[in-house]
Write a protein that binds this ligand. Structure first.
Ligand code: COA
Length: 223
């Protein structure tokens, strides 16, 4: 896996009504809309209620993610008129171990139209075209039913609850983890189908125990 260099997809990943492309400054209104959801700033770099300037700065940060080696940050656009609807990322910080992480957000005005589900479908198909990828992981808080349904519909499997997984807005909530391991990748519709014909490589599931969150008070001693 060493030395893997990511290249931007030659063909925009698509699914249903959405297409994944690079962010552009003209997406600023959508990004400002995304910033009105108080949860979005807790899971990314976009400030809550971002101003026009702050939204443009965030677009510039998203455009720089690939050059930094962090992964791909895509704007989710409407396939018919290219209007921006949201953002979705494929993060490569653990690519040396064959793992990637996905994350997404849809502007409030574009929700409940299957945008996230289709975007995740397109991202997943693209991820499986990258030879080192064996797992795509998603993490979200257990209350986030919309995100859980999005992951389920896109074919991700529930793997567990990770206590104190990461700091979000000054708290360390549990995160539900879902994964799409390569051995579960089923051919899906669309232009990316040929990518799934690559031979699957073996990878035994790793059993994880996550009962080791930091305790605030000492355990009572057994007598
Ligand atoms: C989560 C999010 C991306 C969903 O976007 P969306 O485009 O509205 O989702 P979809 O229209 O594709 O709907 C996906 C599923 O969630 C369900 N859903 C949507 N909103 C819901 C809600 N508020 N409560 C429960 N289920 C909901 C839909 O009915 C659909 O399920 P179905 O396939 O069984 O009908 C969007 O709510 C969002 O951006 N939230 C803030 C950021 C976030 O939480 N990101 C995820 C963390 S990684």
């Amino acid at each position: 896996m060493a030395g893997f260099t990511s290249s931007w997809p030659a063909e925009a990943p698509c699914s249903g009504q959405v297409r994944l492309r690079a962010f552009e400054d003209r997406d600023v209104d959508m990004v400002m809309g995304l910033a009105t959801d108080s949860h979005v700033p807790t899971i990314g770099s976009l400030p809550f209620r971002a101003t026009h300037r702050e939204a443009l700065d965030d677009i510039a940060r998203q455009r720089g993610r690939q050059a930094e080696g962090k992964g791909f940050s895509f704007c989710v656009a409407d396939r018919s008129d290219d209007t921006a609807l949201g953002g979705i990322g494929l993060w490569l910080t653990a690519i040396e171990q064959g793992r990637t992480t996905g994350g997404y957000g849809v502007a409030p005005s574009a929700r409940a139209r299957r945008v996230a589900t289709q975007a995740l479908d397109a991202l997943t198909a693209f991820a499986w075209t990258l030879p080192p990828v064996h797992r795509i992981e998603l993490y979200f808080e257990p209350w986030n039913l919309a995100s859980i349904r999005t992951a389920e519909t896109a074919g991700f499997t529930r793997e567990g609850l990770l206590r104190s997984h990461q700091e979000i807005a000054g708290r360390r909530p549990a995160a539900a983890s879902r994964a799409g391991p390569r051995e579960c990748a089923a051919p899906r519709s669309g232009a990316m189908r040929s990518a799934h014909r690559a031979p699957l490589r073996s990878g035994a599931p790793l059993r994880v125990r996550t009962g080791c969150s930091r305790r605030r008070s000492p355990r009572p001693s057994r007598s």
